[in-house]
Design a protein around this ligand. Structure first.
Ligand code: AP5
Ligand code: ZN
Length: 217
């Protein structure tokens, strides 16, 4: 499978993508997760990226295009296809992806937008808990871990992302509407675009996702 998930912060990209990966044996490439791993490793890129991410801005197109290119070339899981989460986020990134795929003689199969009103996102974002090593996420109300602040699988502590506060979210949403909404238009023109109502329960969103991927919708 070769597909893209687009949606605002908290829409559920990181919740749905691992299910797609598991079901279709492809790689899950999330530029946000890759950048957070650079921050954890305290690299120069990580230090630069953290400032931008905490302010709700976007890291440069060249850097994220380079990260995706490197993963597609070296990550063995990508031989079974890919699900892109949080990339492309600008029209130049979408053009960069087109060029990469052309070189690989591949085409995209699905572009799915998770559609949801901004007003519903504050609660999702401020209640999110993540397990940094795996990228697994929970929610204090909507998807609580079995033990408070503890990852179900590893027993390791959960944390809150430093950009998961109401103030940074506001900026992330402004950035989304300004820079990423045009990407939706870009794919609508190609005929690949499909939308899902992402305000539904995660299980409902997943059902709709499968219908789209399997061509029933
Ligand atoms: P990134 O990590 O991509 O963050 P984001 O786009 O803001 O998206 P989120 O991870 O916040 O949301 P999600 O849709 O994954 O939601 P989730 O499933 O976890 O990017 C972070 C930053 O990195 C950017 O701001 C930017 O600075 C930089 N960056 C990244 N990519 C870049 C790029 N390509 N170019 C330039 N810069 C880039 O769900 C959220 C919460 O809601 C969870 O708690 C979950 O349990 C809960 N939830 C999920 N679905 C439901 C549901 N259906 N009902 C109820 N609760 C739900
Ligand atoms: Zn995410």
């Amino acid at each position: 499978i070769r597909m893209i998930l687009i949606g605002p912060p908290g829409a559920g990209k990181g919740t749905q993508a691992p299910k797609i990966k598991e079901r279709f044996s492809c790689c899950h490439l999330a530029t946000g997760d890759m950048l957070r791993s650079q921050i954890a490793k305290k690299t120069d890129l990580g230090r630069e990226a953290k400032k931008i991410m905490d302010q709700g801005g976007l890291v440069s197109d060249e850097i994220v295009i380079g990260m995706i290119k490197a993963e597609l070339e070296t990550n063995k899981e990508c031989q079974g296809g890919f699900i892109l989460d949080g990339f492309p986020r600008t029209v130049p990134q979408a053009e960069g992806l087109d060029a990469m795929l052309k070189e690989r003689k591949q085409t995209l199969q699905h572009v799915v937008e998770l559609q949801i009103d901004d007003a519903l996102l504050v609660e999702r974002i401020t209640g999110r808990l993540v397990h940094p090593a795996s990228g697994r996420s929970y929610h204090t109300t909507f998807n609580p871990p079995k033990k408070p602040m503890t990852d179900d699988v590893t027993g390791e502590p959960l944390i809150q992302r430093s950009d998961d506060n109401a103030e940074a979210l506001k900026k992330r949403l402004v950035t989304y509407h300004k820079q990423t909404s045009p990407v939706v238009g870009y794919y609508q023109k190609t005929g690949l675009w499909k939308g899902i109502d992402a305000s539904q329960q995660p299980g409902q969103v997943w059902k709709h996702m499968l219908n789209i991927i399997e061509g029933k919708n």
